[in-house]
Ligand binder design. Structure first.
Ligand code: ZN
Ligand code: ZN
Length: 311
């Protein structure tokens, strides 16, 4: 009975999909193997199921079986296959399937296919190939594609391409905070916490060195608890040392007459160490220092802060 056959298929496909999505991949496979007839949706459900459950190589085997069964794969089949390749880092296989898709099956790649390929190539270290692919995309690459590329620049610690991509993203999607975070992570990976192009850089760092000695003599201990655990102690101190508000305070001390209030505006919440340091400095140099961070004002005077150390 024809109607019965097609409704059976729909139910069976739904069951394969449901089992796979619940993580019962063996049950899904049992159902799939028992099906008397399979269509492209059945195969896709099985391929996606294996890929999503972490059995990417099995997913590719199912895809090969699909090709042998003479079921014509569609764009979803290839999206699942490329996704599996990118999660397993199978660059050669991914490239083969990507070419097979357009050359043998005349399927035009969508953003999803490109995204998988960019992810696959760049995470495996082929940043140039990934970039070439993005540039050659016939559809305008969406923010998500560039974000994926920027993520890979971070993973592969490529400052040049990272900065280039971040600049593009600042234009495309200026309000996307993730771009700023990724770029700052890239700089952090190579120890470039801030640029040193300021004409007074040398003086500012010398001033901070001097203050650090005075602070240590006054009992200051750097608070490095919150920092990345894998950074050496010495680097930790250096890192804390270079937070922008400390540089700004040193700059203020160098360029204003003694006794003048120093005002600093910061777009992030002030960290515990900068807060402690600023308290020490306000006492050592006998200046009032007002820091406005993202949530509030801190008035530092004579070693104390108006926030009472709660912010
Ligand atoms: Zn800080
Ligand atoms: Zn405070």
């Amino acid at each position: 009975m024809e109607g019965g056959f097609s409704s059976d298929l729909i139910v069976e496909n739904a069951l394969v999909d449901m089992y796979a999505k619940c993580g019962s991949i063996d049950k899904a496979r049992e159902m799939f193997d028992r099906m008397p007839h399979r269509d492209v949706i059945s195969w896709n459900a099985m391929i996606a199921g294996y890929a999503q459950n972490g059995f990417c190589k099995v997913a590719l085997k199912i895809f090969e079986l699909m090709l042998h069964s003479r079921t014509c794969p569609d764009m979803i089949s290839f999206a699942c296959v490329l996704w599996a390749c990118s999660h397993e880092g199978l660059v050669d296989e991914g490239c083969t399937y990507f070419n097979l898709m357009s050359n043998s099956y005349c399927i035009t790649p969508t953003v999803d296919h490109y995204l998988c390929m960019v992810d696959l190539l760049t995470r495996a270290g082929y940043l140039d190939d990934g970039l070439n692919l993005i540039i050659k995309m016939p559809i305008k690459p969406l923010v998500v594609v560039w974000m994926c590329f920027l993520g890979a620049c971070r993973l592969r610690i490529n400052i040049g391409l990272g900065v280039f991509t971040a600049m593009l993203l600042f234009d495309l999607d200026p309000k996307n905070a993730a771009t700023y975070v990724l770029l700052s992570n890239i700089y952090a990976e190579v120890g470039r916490w801030g640029d040193r192009s300021h004409p007074q850089t040398q003086e500012i760092y010398t001033k901070l060195d001097k203050l650090a000695l005075e602070m240590k003599a006054a009992g200051y201990i750097p608070d490095s608890k919150r920092l990345l655990n894998d950074v050496e102690e010495e680097e930790n101190e250096l890192f804390l040392y270079h937070h922008s508000e400390k540089l700004a305070i040193a700059f203020g001390l160098l360029n204003t007459p003694p006794g003048t209030t120093i005002r600093v505006v910061k777009n992030l919440r002030v960290c515990a160490d900068c807060h402690t340091v600023t308290k020490f400095i306000s006492k050592i140099v006998a200046r009032e220092i007002i820091v406005r961070d993202v949530t509030r004002f801190h008035h530092f005077k004579q070693g104390l802060c108006s926030c009472g150390d709660y912010w």
